[in-house]
Design a protein around this ligand. Structure first.
Ligand code: AP5
Ligand code: MG
Length: 217
């Protein structure tokens, strides 16, 4: 089962990918996590990526396509994957189609998480992530068992630099201009399924699991 999780910043892509990957034994491939790993290395590319992410702008298509070309050939993707944050532009979607064709794979479903902008803004300041395992929490909506600590690793959670209202608004603008046209791209391919993401996370997750079990067993 190969899925694309699609949606605006803070729509819940990462949360739901983490919530279903173990049940279906598939790999979460998060573009944002991959880029943040590159930033940690302080390479020339990492520094360039950091500037763009902190400004709420997209990384260029060529870099993203190269990253995914490599990543999708790795062993853990063989069992199936969730693409969380890629593709995000039309050229990326077209390049993905070519990559998958050469690997003899296909996308089974594109889930688009629909969330109004007020909710995206409401979520942004409360997100906390684990710097080790990338698990996502929210101080109010998805709190960790011990305040400020990852449930799995026990280490201090961090706040992403791009998690402030000003940068979020820029990221939403990028999404509306460059990513939203992909809805039509995947709808034409009869792969798109819209999900109401403005509900409690446990309710969305339960519905998702039932729907995927019904479709893919
Ligand atoms: P990335 O890390 O992918 O950021 P994003 O797409 O902006 O999405 P987020 O991770 O912010 O949100 P999410 O949908 O995963 O929500 P989450 O589950 O965390 O990318 C970062 C940057 O990298 C981009 O801005 C860009 O610069 C660059 N980049 C990445 N991919 C790229 C590409 N392909 N091309 C070019 N550039 C690229 O949930 C959000 C919060 O809400 C959490 O706190 C969570 O606990 C909470 N929450 C989740 N669901 C619910 C719910 N139902 N109710 C209440 N709270 C909830
Ligand atoms: Mg994410």
């Amino acid at each position: 089962m190969n899925l694309i999780f699609f949606g605006a910043p803070n729509a819940g892509k990462g949360t739901y990918a983490q919530g279903i990957k173990n049940d279906f034994m598939i790999t979460q491939v998060s573009s944002g996590d991959m880029l943040r790993e590159e930033v940690k290395t302080s390479s020339v590319l990492g520094k360039k990526i950091k500037e763009l992410i902190d400004a709420g702008k997209f990384v260029d298509d060529q870099t993203m396509i190269e990253l995914f070309k490599q990543r999708l050939t790795e062993k853990d993707c063989e069992k199936g994957f969730i693409l969380d944050g890629f593709p995000r532009t039309l050229p990326q979607a077209q390049a993905l189609d070519e990559m998958l064709e050469s690997l003899n794979k296909k996308i089974d479903l594109v889930l688009s998480f629909e969330v109004p902008i007020e909710t995206l803004i409401d979520r942004v300041t409360g997100r906390r992530t684990c710097p080790k395992c990338n698990r996502i929490f929210h101080v109010r909506n998805v709190p960790p068992k011990v305040e400020g600590k990852c449930d799995d690793c026990g280490i201090d959670l961090i706040k992403r630099v791009d998690d402030n209202e000003e940068t979020l608004r820029k990221r939403v603008k990028e999404f509306q201009e460059k990513t939203a046209p992909l809805i039509e791209y995947y709808d034409r391919k009869k792969l798109l399924l819209k999900v109401d993401g403005d509900r409690l996370p446990e309710i969305v997750l339960k519905e998702l699991k039932e729907m995927l079990k019904e479709r893919f067993g």
